[in-house]
Design a protein around this ligand. Sequence first.
Ligand SMILES: Nc1nc2c(c(=O)[nH]1)N[C@H]1C(S)=C(S)[C@@H](COP(=O)(O)OP(=O)(O)OC[C@H]3O[C@@H](n4cnc5c(=O)[nH]c(N)nc54)[C@H](O)[C@@H]3O)O[C@H]1N2
Ligand SMILES: Nc1nc2c(c(=O)[nH]1)N[C@H]1C(S)=C(S)[C@@H](COP(=O)(O)OP(=O)(O)OC[C@H]3O[C@@H](n4cnc5c(=O)[nH]c(N)nc54)[C@H](O)[C@@H]3O)O[C@H]1N2
Ligand code: SF4
Ligand SMILES: [Mo]
Length: 719
Amino acid sequence: MSASANRVTTHQTFCRVCHASCPIEVDVQMGRAVEIRGVPEDPIFAGYTCIKGRQLPDQMTHASRLRESLRRRPDGSFETVTSGDALDGIAAELRRIIDTYGPRAVASYTGTGGYQNSLAVPAARAFHQGIGSSSFYTSVTIDQPAKGTAPFRTGIWEAGYHNFTDADVLMAVGYNPMVSSFGPVGGLQGTNPFVVMREAKKRGLKLIVIDPRRTELATQADIHLAVKPGEDPTLLAGITRIILEEDLFDHEFCDAWVSDMDALSESVRPYTLDYVARRCDVPADDIVAAARMFAAGRRGTVGAGTGPNMAPHSSLAEHFVIVLNTICGRVNRAGDRVESGYFLYPDMPRRAQVIAPRNPTPGPEARVRSLHGMRGEMPTTTLAEEIINPGEGRIRALIVSGGNPVVAWPDQELTISAMKDLELLVVLDHRMSATAEFAHYVIAPTLSLERADVPHLMDRWFREPYTNYTEAVVPRIGDVLNEWEFFWEITRRLEVPLPFPGGPAPTDHHPTDDEIIELAYAGSRMPMNEIRQNRMKVHPEKALRVQPADADCSARFTLASDDIVSELADILRESDSASFLGVDGSEYPFRLVSRRLKHVLNSLGTELPGLAAKGTTNPAYMNPDDMAEHGLADGDIIEITSPRASLHGVVEAAPDVRRGVISMAHSWGGSSLTDEKVRDIGAPTSRLVSVDQGYDRVTGMVVQSAIPVKIRMFEAARR
Ligand SMILES: Nc1nc2c(c(=O)[nH]1)N[C@H]1C(S)=C(S)[C@@H](COP(=O)(O)OP(=O)(O)OC[C@H]3O[C@@H](n4cnc5c(=O)[nH]c(N)nc54)[C@H](O)[C@@H]3O)O[C@H]1N2
Ligand SMILES: Nc1nc2c(c(=O)[nH]1)N[C@H]1C(S)=C(S)[C@@H](COP(=O)(O)OP(=O)(O)OC[C@H]3O[C@@H](n4cnc5c(=O)[nH]c(N)nc54)[C@H](O)[C@@H]3O)O[C@H]1N2
Ligand code: SF4
Ligand SMILES: [Mo]
């Protein structure tokens, strides 16, 4: 071996384990990533990385990584196949299914793994366009779908709400960027969150956190409201009432832009301080203090995360986020600077005016619960039934791109039945996931360092107008395909186009990642060749500026439409959040809430020793007083029962969790419904979730947090 082959070269790229896109430097030796570091000179990340990103070299070469595709044999076992043979077999099956049942029978689901690749969602969308199937699904509709629908119901402020950077108050409802790197627009995003929050506090930011857990974010809060899970709509309606009653809202803005202030006041009138404090189990004085603190800020927003978006009445929770930001006038005005660059998308007007309310779910009708598609996709909460329920339009083939339905979709038992019922299940995953076990084909994908990419999610969330780009920094290991290549190869075989915004993918040659990026992000505000030359760069001179309203703009916000008013009345009739599922809350004294863990990304992580060292189960975190009352100690296994099903959890004491709550991460465990290996692989909280008992009428979102549960000792830890 020559000395030059052994040479270490260093490449700048960015991490794509999660959406945060932290810049990293990778040392490469003999075609392998051998070490990674943060980039201290990056203008917004300043060297930040997390434990997951630091495992990238191991992830690329670990024994668990699939380097070849797999095909199921008639006896149920898997054999390795070349990607070419797998693609031929899959295309033939898809042709048969389309010819027999029509294109709607072919569905795809892009999950969190796919979302970290800037081409996976555009390629899946293009595939559906190419074959003429509306059955396009992603994890967004089991995440926070109301974020996409609530604004259409009220009307949208075209210039957006205030930025985090110059906020003097922030109200964070059920999100925890210190662990998740996630924050809603206007909230703290995952770019170096600890330092950014410390500096914001230093410049005087007031922080209000609403969370049943005293989270890493809540420890920094000026006011922490440890709300009962599932009661955010009540709490936010109560805060709205105080702000209206004490006359703390922005009259000038509301007079100009809100059509129904009286109806709004009327709709929250029953949400009195006493009622709200009792129902949410939060001290009345703290609620008043939070309302006043928020209203007193000049700049800054309320935002909600997965907590309220997965709890009962999720659309209403997002609705009140908009209400509070609107009545307090926390909108960007003419001349204001928009903090993110939106460089990867076509330039859009940003006027200081309202876009009129419209139907939030204009898509095709699902075959269950009268739900409809939204933002170009269908609701994933219906997909298992779309597969199982007979009749015209039934889904027969499913392509899972970087997702893990068996542990992530609501109702695990139903999901497994659906996986078994499919005539064709293709899973693109670099691991033998719980879902891949059921596949007819498992396609081995490229991993991040083997792909070119742009930070397509963070582009709208970065705290600065910042751009980055990466080419592939290591050669591919094995016979692997980028997600877009899978769809390209399939459409070529089906002889249909793969149409991107910039035109169909070429078929006269094998395109490069960069060619497809050009097509998928065609018409971007910053041309792609310029983005490629602007890595880790802030462009203050290119920040978006808000323009004045059109003189003839007559659109106004509607903050208390009839359906909102009637849902607010429903809550008053429900005795507590369990009523939303049609069950008696007293039978289920605990609420199981979702959370994220630093060392995993949903189901991804513990196959790598560096992450497994931090824990191999998703503990059932409980308040020590609840544990004492139930005679429980750390390491005991409890049975947790919801109205739908039971699962096992390994108890761990957590004083930061309020009483009556079990805080447990999702997407753990395997395909067993009985959790024999709970200490080694955890158990999926999705098993406890029903798809049809308690669902949001607009989005179809189900109750994945604040799940009513009861517990009993199952097996004491060996002591
Ligand atoms: N009860 C309950 N249910 C929930 C939630 C909850 O909080 N509680 N959370 C919901 C939310 S927010 C989400 S987003 C969903 C998550 O739902 P999913 O996205 O379906 O689940 P993940 O476990 O994230 O699956 C991602 C898969 O992508 C694979 N992967 C990683 N990198 C790559 C890659 O580069 N290419 C490919 N092809 N694959 C890759 C991983 O190995 C993993 O198997 O679950 C939802 N379900
Ligand atoms: N390390 C790591 N990072 C991740 C992920 C991961 O698995 N690990 N997953 C990624 C994904 S898919 C997503 S969608 C984002 C999510 O990002 P976040 O929304 O920030 O998710 P969490 O950190 O779970 O924060 C949710 C918070 O809501 C609280 N909560 C639960 N129920 C309720 C409720 O009824 N009301 C209120 N007010 N609060 C409630 C929980 O206690 C928790 O602190 O994170 C992403 N980032
Ligand atoms: S926060 Fe996300 S992008 Fe950043 S290093 Fe961790 S996993 Fe990678
Ligand atoms: Mo998510």
